[in-house]
Design a protein around this ligand. Sequence first.
Ligand code: NRN
Length: 417
Amino acid sequence: MEYKIKDINLASEGRRNIDWAESRMPVMMDFRKKFSETKPLAGMKIAGCLHVTKETAVLVETLIAAGAEVSWSGCNPLSTKDDIAAALAAENIAVFAWYGMSTEEFYWAIDKTLEMKPTLTLDDGADLIFRVHSDFPEQAEHIIGGTEETTTGVHRLRAMDRAGKLLYPVIAVNDAETKSDFDNVYGTGQSTLDGILRSTNIIIAGKIVVIAGYGHCGKGLAKNASGIGADVIITEVDPIQALKAAMDGFRVMEMDDAAKQGDLFITATGMKDILVERHFKVMKEGAIVCNTGHYDAEINIGELEKLAKSKREIRENNEEYTLENERRIYLLAKGRLVNLSAAEGHPSEVMDMSFANQLLSLINLAQKGKDLENKVYDIDRKQDESIASLKLSLMGYKIDTLTEEQIRYRDAYYEGT
Ligand code: NRN
C-alpha cells in the first residue's frame, strides 16, 4: 500500500500510543468488537481528512475492522503526530501525512486519498469535500455521502447547502450533543491549555487570560482557565453568548480594551482578524497570543510581522516578536490550533464519543445514504442517546428510567399539578 509519512521507524512508539488511546476509548472498542463481526462498511472506500493522532488511529482501525478500505490525510499541516502516521503505515494503511507539511503538500495528500475513488468522505474543516467540489466534481458520482467533524467545517457546509451547491449529502457530526457538548467543551478546555503549557510552561494562576469567543470551546476554556486561577476576560459579538459569559462570572469587554490588559490571548471564534495590528500595538510587554480555532485566520500574523523589527523561535511552537515599540509578543504554534499543533489534541475519553458519532454516521450513510438529498443532515437524537448510554454504562454509571405512568404523564397534556 502506498503511503507518505515522516519516518517508518517511529511505528513502534506510535503503536504504543495507539494502545494507550484504545485503553481510554471503551465505546470505540465496544463498537469495533461488534462491527468486526457484522462488517457494516464492507465494500465501502473511505477517504479521510482528519488530524492524525492516536485517537484518530483508533477510528481508522475501527473503520477498517468494520469492513472499509481507508485512505487518510491530515487536516492541518502542523497537527500530524509522525509516530502515529508511521504506526498506521506499518499496518499497510494508505496514510499521507507528516508534521510541517507545506500548503502544496497538504493538498497533494488530499488528492492522493481521492485516487481510491471513495464512496464516503470524512472531513474535519471541509477541505476534502471542498477539494472534491472544486477540483474533482466527477468523483461525486460514486460518493454516497460525507461526515464533518468540526464547527467551522459544518458552518462552511451549511453555507454550501443554502447555496444549493452540495454534490452529495453530509452529516454534521460536530452538532451531535455527544460530540460538541463534550469534545468542544471539555476537550478544547483542557487540550488548549495543554498546548499553551507545553510551549510556554507559564503559570496560569494570576494571569489575565483573554478568550475571544464564548461558544462551546470558549466556555470550556474559560471554566478550565479560571479553575486554575486565571482572571478571565471574554470578548464576543453575540449578545446572548456574551450575557452567558457575564452571568458565569467572567469579565466581558471589547477586544480594544482587553488588548491593553491581557497576559495571554486565546482565539476560539472561527472568525478571521480577531487580533490585528491595533491590538498588537497596545499589548503589554511579554503578551502571549495563540489560537484554538480550526483555521489560522483568527490572529492576523501578517500584521504582527509588519509591526516586528525582529523575531526568533525562543522555544518549540513559540516565536518571539520584538516590536518597534520594544515590547515583545509571543506567538504560539504559528497561530494554528495550539491544542493539536503544540500538544496531542483532546484526551481520548472525549474523542471516544466524537468518533463513535463518525463511525455510526458513516454506517448510516453506507446503509441509507443513497436515499438522502444533497444537504446537511443532523445526527438523529437516538444516536446521541445510544452513545451516551453506552459511555455511561462503560463508566460504571446506572441512571433511572421512567415508569409507564410517568411516560403517560409526560406525554399527556390534560394532567396539571
Ligand atoms: N486528539 C484528537 N484527535 C483531537 N482533538 C481534537 N480534535 C481531534 N481530532 C483527532 C478535533 C475535534 O473534534 C479537532 C476538531 O477541530 C475538533 O472538532
